[in-house]
Design a protein around this ligand. Structure first.
Ligand code: SAM
Length: 280
């Protein structure tokens, strides 16, 4: 049976183009077009937006994004075996799908997109966190993107959305929540993918805030948070001692007990400490 967009079902696409999933490329494909449409909808209204998709694979999510009205989808795929399948989608939506073959970590994608754009992807697990950190730490804020709608392993999704005191609270939570609204919008069992991964997955939606939640210099904040969580079991007076000769006084001034551990320090307190360090 043809899919709702008139293109062949994804199982047929995969069979026709012999897209046997490669573990080395993090290939776990979504085959249910209702599900990919739902993920595309969780990116919000796409009409009038360019959308960047990393790792389109056989194109399930790509089709969802186009059907939901994206002005243009720029899809970056490392695996050349997927290009013919993606060319069929491009022919079906003339002028609206541009495919770049390459490594999303190496290609400069901004030049191909009109800001503000949205980013949506079922990310390859091996590069997902690195891409997220790059998107969260651009040279200027607000960034060129307006929102990120990204599939991660559930554990990574929990690390992005964790609150102070949670087991998963750490650098990713601070980086994400300092300048975005981040929430889990969908959870998926392993069986939703082909082949099924070992772990559950979740879609996280991150909306860029116009300005950071609390003032702080990005580089200083990143340094403090990295030092604090690199040795998360240590007291801050010890894990942060390399940052300033009198770190205890700065911690006191920020209202943080020097014996506290990073996992118990709120985003606001980290920002206060970063400001004090910057001024010191
Ligand atoms: N979007 C498709 C879907 O939902 O069915 C495929 C998702 S699969 C989890 C990840 C995709 O990312 C694969 O197609 C893989 O080839 C591609 N990929 C892996 N590493 C990549 C990289 N560094 N740059 C661009 N694409 C990559």
């Amino acid at each position: 049976m043809a899919a709702i967009d008139g293109l062949p079902p994804l199982r047929e696409v995969i069979a026709t183009h012999e897209l046997v999933a490669k573990k080395s490329l993090g290939q776990n494909f979504l085959l249910d077009l209702n599900l990919t449409a739902k993920i595309a909808r969780s990116a919000g209204d796409l009409t009038g937006y360019d959308v960047l998709e990393v790792g389109p694979g056989p194109g399930g999510l790509t089709r969802g994004l186009l059907a939901e009205g994206a002005r243009k989808v720029l899809a970056v795929e490392k695996d050349s075996r997927c290009l013919d399948a993606l060319a069929e989608i491009a022919a079906h939506y003339p002028g609206r799908l541009e495919v770049i073959q390459g490594d999303a970590l190496a290609v400069d994608l901004g030049a191909h997109l009109t800001a503000p754009y949205k980013i949506a992807a079922n990310l390859p697990y091996n590069v997902g966190t690195e891409l997220l950190v790059r998107w969260l730490t651009p040279p200027v804020w607000p960034p060129a993107w307006e929102s990120l709608t990204l599939m991660f392993q559930k554990e990574v999704a929990q690390r992005i959305t964790a609150k102070v005191g949670d087991n998963h609270y750490g650098r990713l939570a601070i980086l994400a929540q300092w300048r975005t609204d981040a929430r889990i919008v969908m959870s998926l069992p392993p069986e939703a993918f082909q082949p099924a991964p070992k772990v559950h997955s979740a879609v996280v939606h991150l909306k860029a805030l116009a300005a950071p939640r609390h003032d702080a210099d990005a580089k200083v904040l990143e340094r403090v948070v990295a030092a604090g969580f690199n040795q998360r079991r240590k007291m801050l007076r010890s894990s942060l001692k390399g940052l300033h000769p009198d770190i205890e006084a700065l911690l006191d001034a920020a209202g943080i007990a020097p014996t506290e551990r990073a996992e118990r320090v709120s985003l606001e307190q980290f920002c206060t400490l970063a400001r004090l360090l910057d001024a010191a």
